[in-house]
Design a protein around this ligand. Structure first.
Ligand code: ATP
Length: 291
């Protein structure tokens, strides 16, 4: 096998709660993660020239060891003493620095793809153990589907799948630093925690309305104070018929859950028209796990 093509799918957080902060600055979280069908197309090719090459359609992304895909390839090359070089193409569609784990998903795809390509024989669990050294969300991006993520995000419990629905994603044109958002959260009292258990029960009962009414993100208030456009997008989605709309991760992407595709499409149009966001997508959830 000289070449492999992979889809690196993005995620949203149906719920994101922070339980505490560790000495080392990491946070203990309790999150319900959901994969969505918006993806970066990843191509890995073997090449004569040793080393790792990254090519991407986004000029502003790093192509050296600061790129998570590069780091994933290097990790496996070093551990398994792979002499051949690889060239990695990243056709990016997942919004960058947006709370959708684009970089982590790219790293997960490269770990998964290189394991196949070079016949390394690593199990999914072994890939996830390596993944967490690159980023807290990488193990989840390897697993995919509907998952409860605890610890720093690496302790994963598969959940019942998300019922049929349509997800409207809107990323306003502002850049958010995940580190800064968590720092701001640390400097204040958390007033309200999202109902993570309510989401889990709703999934078990296959009741979309129970899931959406329990959704919430403890980071939302922090990011929204700086970027009021997030609240405007949430309101526009709800006025447009979303069962609920919440910020994903540390933001600024907002997602709305709809049970009607046409309503989602119309709300997407409205968000673009009134120029709240340009990067706007209506997508399905993706419940299948990687095997
Ligand atoms: P998360 O949901 O985990 O917080 P995110 O959406 O906030 O992820 P990413 O899109 O993964 O963030 O990227 C954040 C930063 O990481 C960007 O500023 C970017 O320069 C850098 N980065 C490194 N590798 C990649 C990659 N393969 N794709 C996107 N960004 C990358």
């Amino acid at each position: 096998m000289d070449r492999i093509e992979l889809k690196a799918l993005g995620k949203i957080n149906l719920g994101l709660d922070v339980l505490g902060r560790r000495e080392n600055g990491y946070h203990d979280v309790r999150m319900v993660m959901q994969t969505v069908y918006l993806y970066d197309q990843i191509t890995i090719k073997k090449r004569k020239n040793p080393g790792i090459g990254i090519e991407t359609n986004l000029y502003y992304l790093p192509t050296n060891e600061n790129n998570l895909a590069y780091r994933a390839a290097k990790l496996l090359k070093d551990e398994f003493d792979i002499k051949e070089g690889v060239s990695i193409g990243l056709e990016k569609h997942i919004p960058v620095a947006a709370g959708m784990a684009g970089g982590s998903s790219n790293a997960a795809a490269v770990l998964f793809g290189m394991n196949r390509m070079f016949g390394l024989g690593l199990t999914m669990e072994e890939l996830m153990e390596r993944g967490v050294t690159l980023g807290a969300d990488v193990p989840y991006c390897i697993m995919r589907g509907t998952v409860l993520a605890e610890g720093i995000g690496e302790i994963l419990t598969p959940l019942a799948p998300m019922p049929r629905c349509f997800v409207l994603l809107a990323k306003p044109p502002v850049a958010v630093s995940t580190k800064l958002v968590y720092e701001r959260l640390d400097s204040r009292e958390i007033e309200a925690h999202p109902d993570i258990d309510g989401i889990i029960e709703g999934l078990k009962e296959e009741k979309l309305s129970k899931i959406t009414s329990s959704m919430g993100n403890v980071l939302e208030r922090v990011t929204m104070e700086e970027y009021p456009v997030i609240e405007e997008i949430k309101n526009t989605m709800k006025e447009g018929g979303a069962l609920n709309a919440v910020m994903s991760g540390s933001g600024p992407t907002v997602f709305g859950i709809f049970d009607d595709r046409n309503l989602a499409k119309t709300a997407a149009q409205r968000i673009k028209e009134i120029q709240l966001a340009k990067q706007v997508y209506v997508v399905n959830v993706h419940n299948a796990r990687r095997k």
